[in-house]
Design a protein around this ligand. Structure first.
Ligand SMILES: [Zn+2]
Length: 199
């Protein structure tokens, strides 16, 4: 990489530090930007600058927005009684794309990971708690991921919320569509059986 002018190698280094980009792709993108027509590189740079200046967390649910309140929280058609707790905005968007949920969300912006120094204070747990006092919430659906951190976070939430009058539920786990029982891991099968429902 030393053969490149310093500005170019600096850009390649920065691009390759982005998630999902290796040095090869970073070099390809840098070369493309160098020759990109019609102000494309300038407009990308401007877009990144605007992103940092204008995108913030929704003051209610902590989803990303360029307004004080996000489009979901501001939508009067959403069911304000149901709040789905997710780890990240990416998880929120995945649930939104399913079209299966019409309530509102609470984005924790992380999961409990004591070994990495992430405790309850580092994620948006107290904000969830204060929503219980200010909104007419009847059900909290915990949709953290089925990872060890996601599970630990779900159990922590259950502990601190169990004395509140709201109904606390956890999303079900089971066999994925197109899956095969004989190739399904033991824990997933166990959960699928425990979470069985009447037809
Ligand atoms: Zn919101």
């Amino acid at each position: 990489m030393n053969a490149y002018p310093p500005i170019l190698s600096s850009l390649i280094r920065k691009l390759s530090s982005l998630p999902g980009l290796g040095e090869k792709s970073a070099t390809r993108i840098a070369m493309y930007l160098l020759k990109a027509p019609g102000g494309e590189a300038e407009s990308l740079a401007e877009n990144i600058r605007q992103l940092r200046d204008n995108i913030r967390s929704c003051s209610i649910c902590f989803h990303f927005t360029d307004e004080p309140v996000c489009a979901i929280c501001g939508d009067p058609a959403r069911n304000i009684g149901e709040v789905c707790v997710v780890e990240t905005t990416a998880d929120l968007l995945a649930i939104e794309q399913s079209g299966a949920f019409k309530g509102r969300y609470h984005v924790l912006q992380g999961v409990l990971a004591p070994l990495d120094g992430v405790g309850p204070e580092q994620i948006r747990i107290k904000e969830l708690f204060s929503r219980l006092g200010s909104e007419k919430i009847s059900e909290i659906i915990i949709a953290t991921n089925p990872s060890s951190e996601g599970e630990a976070t779900a159990h922590y939430l259950l502990q601190i919320l169990k004395d509140s009058p709201v109904r606390i539920t956890r999303i079900a786990y089971g066999i994925p569509m197109g899956g095969d029982l004989k190739y399904t891991d033991r824990i997933t099968l166990e959960r699928a059986l425990k979470g069985r429902q009447a037809f």
